[in-house]
Design a protein around this ligand. Structure first.
Ligand SMILES: [Ca+2]
Ligand SMILES: [Ca+2]
Ligand SMILES: [Ca+2]
Length: 512
């Protein structure tokens, strides 16, 4: 009885207290009743404006680069190793430092800025143009890819005679071609695929107007040699398209990648429309940077679909037969390069680069595969792993987030002059963002699996955080290699530079 009174009194107190708190704005307490919160409308948040997005991107950019600059400088001054300098510190004993084996060939106009329109990432893309007389000319330009917000309003491009020795560019050297294409067609003219990799030039050069000097494509616009230097062709019909030269020696054609077919143009009369249209057995990929790549002296081309690399053999009248379909690729970058006869049968072979390839542990290490030019003509449907003569794998020893083969030389050279072709390839963000250049001597080439850690591979590391070898190409010039470092500091933060590297005769004796 007594207990019941206490219960009643207690309940009454709680009810009174609840009413009191309710009067003060607190939610009423109700015995034995589950409190169900009223749905709270989602707060209305305005989407960030462009300025806010830009500030956030710049902040992320600063944070990323400065963390690496800081770590690498601390490592160099004190030997202290942290998470960001670890890869560099662990592996540096296997590498020649670029300062010891190269000249700084070209610095862009000095930049006094941080990450703004003046920070130009010079050398982000380069094309090497053979000339009728003298050595090749290099066309080089600043970045206009997935982060073109950094300086998209102010691209810088220049021509440079490769054999002229060291020099510094000035603002007056700006060729202005990239700026013209950008203002006419926007940055999308330069970007390819889902990742918006920036792919205007690559290995894609040929003499289209027959004057003996190579010409090239820039955002789908033809850039032609002439008595007064290079100039943009006025025809804009192919602007923003993926266009590849098909150089057959006796004639040069332009292949325009559409999804289900390839249109063939005469580059001398683009305005007349296509001379042929090649239907494809399977549609081209919409996610890759390159989808059409001529091989075998223009008698074949590779067509990259979402699941395969199809190989078509061309015959008269633009009939094209699919002779092979290579499967087993992952997503991400995929391109062919380092053309040359590696197998000794006088048929041109090539290497396929998959720089974002992940190993069984899910680590991005990248891989390079040597494709036998004779075997591909009758390969049929085959996993590329079964067709490849050699598969060269990258290693987390030299980078824990970047794969090998960001770049290949368009043609493989004989760098040591021993009569066998040597393979040069790079790791753009290897070695804690320094970037790396690798040379596999032809004599050390083995069938089957190889690793970039192989002691026979000559290894060269870029300046700290200089990001040697931005995507797609460097150039073998027989004994030396021209390669860009688009984050080099020679003209200010993120300014970029070009190096002329003399390849050492043998690997650095590893100090493991
Ligand atoms: Ca020409
Ligand atoms: Ca061969
Ligand atoms: Ca050689």
């Amino acid at each position: 009885m007594k207990i019941s009174v206490v219960k009643v009194v207690g309940l009454s107190v709680l009810v009174v207290l609840s009413a009191f708190l309710g009067a003060l704005g607190y939610r009423a307490w109700r015995p034995h009743q589950q409190v169900v919160a009223a749905p709270v409308p989602a707060p209305v948040v305005a989407p960030p404006d462009d300025a806010t997005i830009s500030i956030q991107r710049e902040r992320d950019w600063y944070r990323y680069f400065y963390s690496y600059y800081g770590s690498m400088e601390r490592y160099r001054q004190t030997g202290h190793v942290d998470q960001r300098s670890r890869v560099y510190a662990d592996a540096i004993g296997e590498f020649y430092e670029i300062d010891d084996v190269s000249e700084l060939a070209l610095c862009p106009a000095p930049s006094d800025s941080l990450v703004t329109s003046q920070a130009i990432y010079f050398g982000a893309r380069v094309a090497f143009l053979s000339q009728r007389s003298g050595g090749p000319i290099m066309y080089s330009m600043s970045y206009l890819g997935s982060a073109d917000w950094i300086h998209g309003e102010e691209p810088f491009d220049a021509f440079w005679p490769v054999t002229s020795g060291s020099q510094e560019l000035s603002a007056a050297d700006n060729a202005g071609l990239a700026a013209t294409v950008l203002s006419a067609h926007g940055s999308s003219a330069f970007n390819r695929g889902d990742l918006q990799y920036f792919a205007p030039i690559s290995f894609n050069v040929a003499d289209a107007n027959g004057d003996g000097d190579d010409d090239f494509w820039l955002g789908g616009r033809l850039v032609l040699s002439g008595p007064d230097g290079y100039a943009l062709d006025e025809n804009e019909d192919l602007a923003s398209k993926e266009v590849s030269f098909l150089d057959q020696g006796s004639a040069t054609w332009a292949l325009v990648a559409n999804r289900d077919n390839i249109d063939v143009f005469d580059p001398g009369s683009i305005g007349s429309g296509p001379v042929a249209s090649i239907p494809l057995e399977a549609p081209l990929s919409t996610t890759r940077s390159f989808t059409v790549m001529p091989v075998q002296g223009g008698t074949m081309f590779l067509a990259v679909t979402d699941g395969s690399v199809d190989v078509y053999n061309l015959s008269t009248g633009w009939a094209a037969d699919r002779v092979a379909s290579l499967t087993g690729f992952q997503t991400g970058e995929l391109f062919a390069g380092a053309f040359g006869d590696f197998t000794g049968d006088d048929v041109i072979d090539f290497w396929l680069s998959e720089s974002r390839w992940k190993n069984d542990e899910g680590e991005i290490v990248g891989r390079l595969m040597l494709i036998d030019g004779a075997a591909i003509a009758s390969a049929g449907k085959v996993d590329v792993q079964d067709l490849a003569r050699t598969t060269l794998l990258g290693s987390t020893r030299y980078s824990d987030y970047d794969g090998i083969s960001a770049t290949l030389s368009p043609k493989a050279g004989d760098l040591d002059g021993d009569g066998t072709l040597d393979l040069s390839f790079t790791g753009h963000r290897h070695m804690s963002e320094a970037g790396a250049l690798f040379v596999l001597p032809g004599t050390a080439l083995k069938a089957g699996a190889m690793s970039v850690t192989d002691p026979s591979i000559i290894k060269i590391v870029g300046q700290p955080v200089s990001q040697l070898a931005p995507y797609y190409n460097h150039m073998d010039l027989g004994g030396h290699i021209i390669v860009a470092a688009d984050n080099d500091l020679c003209s200010g933060l993120n300014a970029g530079a070009i190096y002329d590297v003399t390849i050492p005769e043998s690997p650095r004796m590893a100090d493991r």
